[in-house]
Design a binder for this molecule. Structure first.
Ligand SMILES: [Zn+2]
Length: 96
């Protein structure tokens, strides 16, 4: 008997200019703003950034935030943060 899926975790901790942990789903910054998922949409406020779906841990507000600003983000609803970036609903029919 052989296990087909050995529990190997490849950790990429040494990537020089790659993903920051602040963009990983589940990350919450000191202001309780949690990353839900990457949307892949282009940021409207910063070049070369994409929008992440964030949720406020205090009030549950959902909004978009570019990757650079996650670590210091304040909730636009209850913490007087800057307005969130647009969150697009994942829609199966983009061409209607
Ligand atoms: Zn909030």
């Amino acid at each position: 008997m052989k296990l087909s899926a050995p529990p190997i975790r490849s950790r990429n901790s040494a990537s020089p200019h790659g993903n920051s942990p602040t963009t990983a789903p589940g990350y919450a910054n000191p202001n309780q703003q949690r990353v839900i998922a990457a949307t892949g949409a282009r940021s409207t406020s910063r070049d070369n950034q994409t929008i992440y779906h964030l949720r406020c841990g205090a009030c549950g507000h959902d909004y978009g935030c570019n990757g650079l600003d996650i670590k210091a983000r304040l909730c636009p609803s209850c913490q007087s943060g800057a307005p969130g970036e647009p969150l697009r609903d994942p829609s199966p029919s983009l061409f209607d």
